[in-house]
Every structure is written in structure tokens, then in C-alpha cells.
Design a protein around this ligand. Structure first.
Ligand SMILES: [Fe+2]
Length: 325
């Protein structure tokens, strides 16, 4: 049966989740001409009583006294907003639309097969504000339905609802669901010694990775990129090699484990600390790099298809031009 589209009310607000709310708010105020409306500290559940785990910068949209953008930052590592940012990266978290009767609208949405992040509509007992999130799977972000009343005007939010809404996102942060590919790994039919010979030699990295311009500058081992040199450190443990790239305070490490098996050596790269939004891409690149490494060690480099070499070269150009890590 075909149901007609529902009728939403006006757009109400949208929310970004970012690493640093003040910086993002300042950009919108100083460059894009948004006006500050409010700054709110909230305890959405992960902080001890009297402390906060969520910071909101609420800004009026240009030309409006009613519509706001909320810039949210999780203040503790356990905060759902911090974990959300860490998992999905910065960006739009949800867009909210007013509705006159949230129960009726939801009923119609259910007829369309729409899922929500909570069974129940969340209602603040004092103001009567009602909110619910439609599941992210429908369109890649959450759509919020919000029913305001004369006690809770545009641009205002209540703490209890915010923490209740936050907790409905828990299911999106269970890592088990998000790690689709696990860690890239490969079996190399050679001795551990022969694998390590190639793996830990920085000057052979250009042969099997997208890190192409490796050099010694004085005492420093560096990878040269368009915007400057990155320091590179290669540290060997008994069953692992750690590659660490750093620039100033910023650091990025990859741990490569080497496990001996009957047929040779299994080499795998730990991606568990990589943000989910980067993981799929890195998984693909690193899988190719490991395949090239295996082919090099086994002396059969010609088995690597030209198209894979091209992917690595394109990725090299991308990171070569990137600022930072
Ligand atoms: Fe919202």
C-alpha cells in the first residue's frame, strides 16, 4: 500500500558535532555572520553530578531570530558526543523540524516503515517539549521531530531531553557493528627474518606503500610532503613493528603485527584506533600495500596488477598534498 508523504512543519534547528565547539562557532560568527544566542553546558549522563560532558554553542542563523544552529562538543572521552565525533568524524548530526502533533506524525511515519532511535517519544515533564530522532540509516543523518509549545520557544532546549536523546544514540556506537572489515592482513610464504628485512627498511617503503619520499635529514628520518616534512619512527617489538608519523604535537601510529604460522608469516595492520569514516578507505589501501609487500618478499612483484599500483600512487598524491597527518 502506498502512503502519501507526511507534512512536516518548519525547519527548527540543526546540530553539528565537532571536536572543538568554540572554534567552529567562532568561524560561523566571525566569518559567516551567524549571531551567538547561548552557550550551554550540560551533563548528558557521563559526568559526575555538578559536572558537564557536553558543550553547546547555540547560534542564530543569519537573518533569523528563530532558527538556530547548535554546535556540540563532547567534553569527556566517555561522553556520547565525543564518542560520536570520534566514530563518525565532524559534521551534521541532525536536522530538526517542528510538528504540531508529534504522536500523529510518528504514526504516519511508521506506516512508511520509518524507524526511530527510541521506542518512545521523549517528553520533558516541566516544559512539555517533545522530541524524537528518526534512524540515521534512512538518509545518513538523524532527522529530529520537535513539538514545541508556548512554554518552550524557538532556540530553547531542555537538559533532560538532551541527555535522553543522546542516550538513544548508544546503538550507533557499539563498535562491533561498525568494524565491518576488521584488520587487513596477509600470509607471506617466507621466513620472518626475510619479511622483516623489507618491512623495517624505511628506504624500501616507497616500493610497497604510498609513502614515496623518505629521506634522512641530518639525524631525522623524514617523509617529505608538499607542506613540510613528517618525522617517521620505526620501532620493532618481538611480534610487531610500529610506524609513527609525527608533525609538531600531532602523531599517528600504525602497529603491524607479525605472527609466524606453519606456512609462513601473517602480517596484519591494526586499524582499531582509526576513525570509522576513514577505516574503509584505509583498509583498501593497506590491503593493497600488504599484497605488494608479500609479492616483493616472495620475489614475484609482477603478480601485482597495474590498477593496484595506480591506486597506491593516487593515494600517495592525495596524502602528499594534505596538510598535517
Ligand atoms: Fe536537536
Amino acid at each position: 500500500m502506498q502512503f502519501p508523504p507526511i507534512e512536516l512543519g518548519e525547519f527548527d534547528h540543526y546540530t553539528l558535532i565537532v571536536e572543538n565547539a568554540r572554534e567552529v562557532a567562532d568561524f560561523h560568527i566571525n566569518v559567516l555572520g551567524f549571531r551567538p544566542a547561548n552557550i550551554q553546558l550540560v551533563n548528558a549522563g557521563s559526568a559526575p553530578p555538578g559536572e558537564y560532558d557536553m558543550l553547546n554553542h547555540i547560534l542564530w542563523l543569519p537573518g533569523s531570530d528563530e532558527k538556530v544552529m547548535v554546535v556540540t562538543e563532547g567534553l569527556t572521552e566517555n561522553s556520547i558526543f565525543y564518542r560520536y565525533w570520534w566514530t563518525y568524524g565532524p559534521g551534521v548530526h541532525h536536522v530538526a523540524y517542528t510538528v504540531d502533533n508529534i504522536d500523529e506524525t510518528l504514526e504516519k511515519l511508521r506506516e512508511h516503515g520509518v524507524e526511530t532511535t527510541s521506542e518512545e517519544i521523549l517528553q520533558d515533564p516541566i516544559s512539555g517539549l517533545k522530541q524524537i530522532f528518526l534512524a540515521r540509516e534512512h538518509c545518513g543523518y538523524f532527522v529530529e521531530l520537535i513539538e514545541r509549545n508556548d512554554k518552550i520557544s524557538a532556540g530553547e532546549f531542555v537538559e533532560d531531553n538532551m541527555s535522553a536523546l543522546a542516550n538513544t544514540m548508544q546503538g550507533y556506537l557499539d563498535e562491533g557493528d561498525l568494524i565491518e572489515d576488521g584488520n587487513p592482513s596477509i600470509l607471506i610464504h617466507e621466513s620472518k627474518e626475510n619479511v622483516l628485512k623489507v618491512l623495517i627498511d624505511p628506504f624500501r617503503l616507497p616500493e610497497w606503500t604510498c609513502h614515496k619520499i623518505i629521506a634522512m635529514k641530518g639525524e631525522r628520518l623524514v617523509e617529505s610532503r608538499m607542506h613540510g616534512d613528517l618525522d617517521l619512527k620505526i620501532e620493532t617489538e618481538s611480534d610487531a613493528v610500529n610506524f609513527t608519523w609525527s608533525i609538531g604535537e600531532e602523531k599517528r601510529s600504525f602497529k603491524i603485527t607479525i605472527v609466524e604460522s606453519e606456512e609462513g608469516v601473517i602480517v596484519s595492520v591494526d586499524l582499531s584506533k582509526v576513525q570509522v569514516n576513514e577505516r574503509a578507505k584505509l583498509h583498501k589501501i593497506i590491503s593493497i600495500e600488504l599484497a605488494i609487500l608479500a609479492a616483493l618478499v616472495e620475489g614475484e612483484i609482477e603478480r601485482i596488477p597495474e590498477s593496484d599500483i595506480q591506486i597506491i600512487n593516487e593515494w600517495h598524491l592525495e596524502i602528499h598534498q594534505k596538510k598535517g597527518l
